[in-house]
Design a protein around this ligand. Sequence first.
Ligand code: TGC
Ligand code: FAD
Length: 387
Amino acid sequence: MTVSLDLIDVDSLLTSEELDIRATARRFADERLRPQLPEWFESATIPARDLAKELGALGLLGMHLTGYGCAGLGPVAYGLACLEIEAADSGMRSLVSVQGSLAMYAIWKYGSEEQKTEWLPRMAAGEAIGCFGLTEPDFGSNPAGMRTNARRDGDDWVLNGSKMWITNGSVADVAVVWARAEDGVRGFVVPTETPGFSAPEITRKMSLRASVTSELILEDVRLPASAMLPEARGLSGPLGCLNEARFGIIFGAMGAARDCLETALDYAAERQVFDKPLSAYQLTQAKFADMSVELNKGILLAVHLGRLKEKGVLRPEQVSVGKLNNVREAIAIARECRTILAANGISGEYPIMRHANNLESVLTYEGTSEVHQLVIGQALTGQAAFR
Ligand code: TGC
Ligand code: FAD
C-alpha cells in the first residue's frame, strides 16, 4: 500500500520520539506478528511466553510507567504502539494492554515498594506475565456485585471465588485479583503457583482467538498480609486501571480499522468487476471516502485525548467518548471492508474477518458500548442510570 491514509496529516502532531516508537512497533507487527497470525488465530494458540519476552525486549510492556525497568514514555507513544500492534491483531494488543495497563499498572499505582520491586522489572522484561481478574460469571458490567471474597485468618488472607473471561489467565505468573473484604473491594497480588489457584482456559471462542482467555478459580487461596495492594480501596482501584487500558484501546481499534482499509484498497485496485478495477467505481470510492474520514477522525480523537492525558487532565467520561466512538467505527469499517472483498472477505487468507470478529470482543471488554454510553449520559445529565 503506497498511498498514505493520513489524509489530514495527524503525523504533524507527533514528536520524533513518538514516530520512532511507532516505527519500532510497526516493524515488530509486520515482521514478527502479521505472518503468523492466520495460523495462531486458526489454531487458537499463541507462543505467549516468547511474545512477552520479545515485547519486553522492545520496551513495549508497561512502557508508559516510570521506574522499575519501565520505559517511562508518554501516553501518545504508548497509544501509537497499541495502534500498530492491533493492526496485526486485537489479541496481540490485549496481551500488551493487560500486562502493562492492568496488571503492571495496578501494582505500580497501588502496590507496596516490595510488590513493585518483586514484580515490575520482570513484567517489564516479559519474564513474568500478569493477568487482571475483575469480571465474574455473574458480574461483568457491574463489578460492584462481585462475590469473590477475602477473609482474614490471623495475619493471612484467604481468597475464595471465581473470575471469568480473564485475558492471559492460564499463562500468567501473577494475577491481580479484586475481592470483597470486610472494608470493601481490595486488590491482591496472587502468584499463580499458590495452592488453591487454577486457571482453566476458555475454548471455542469465535473472537480474539489469538489470545489466551481463562477462568480463574480461587479455592481457599492463602496469602500473606503483604499480598494486598495497600493503596487501592474500593471500586475506584480497579476502575482506575481500566482508564489506562481503555485509553490504549482508543488507539488500538484504529489500528485494526486501518489494516482493514489498507487491505480493501489494495484488493479493489486489483479486482476487476465488469471489466474495470473495483476501485474505479463511484460506489466503492464513496465507501473508501467515508471510511477514511472516520479513520482520520478516530486517530485525531485518540491523539487529542493523549495530549489531555499527558497534561494529567483526562477525565473518565472523555475516555468513554474515545472508546465508544473508535471501537464502534472500527467495527463499521471492518464490516464495510468485508463487503469490498465480498466472498474473499470471509476468508482467512485476508485479515478483515479476523479483525471484525476480534472487534466484537473489544466492543464488549473494558466496558461495553452501553456502559460507555451511560458514563457519557451521566456526564451530560448528572443522572447515573446504571441501576
Ligand atoms: P460508581 O459508584 O460510579 O463508582 C465507584 C467508585 O469508583 C470511582 N470511579 C472511577 N474511578 C476511576 N476511574 C473511573 N473510570 C471510575 N468510575 C468510577 C467512583 O468515583 C467511586 O469512587 P469512590 O471513591 O466514591 O468509591 O460505580 P458503579 O458501581 O455505579 O459503576 C460504574 C460503572 C458501571 C461505570 C463501572 O462499574 C464500570 O465501568 N463497569 C464496566 C466494567 C468493566 O469495564 N470491566 C472491565 C474488566 S477488565 C477487562 O475487560 C479487560 S479486557 C482487556 C484486554 O484483553 O485488552
Ligand atoms: P453483562 O454485564 O452481563 O452485559 C450484558 C448486556 O447488558 C451488555 O450488552 C451490556 O452492555 C448490557 N448492560 C449491562 N448493564 C447495563 C445497564 N445498566 N443498562 C443497560 N444495559 C446494560 N474481564 C476482566 O476482568 N479481565 C480480563 O482480562 C478480561 N478479558 C476479557 C477478554 C475477552 C475476550 C472478553 C470477551 C472479555 C474479557 N473480560 C475481562 C470481561 C469483560 O470485561 C466483560 O465481558 C464485560 O465487562 C461485560 O460483562 P458481561 O460479559 O458479563 O456482560
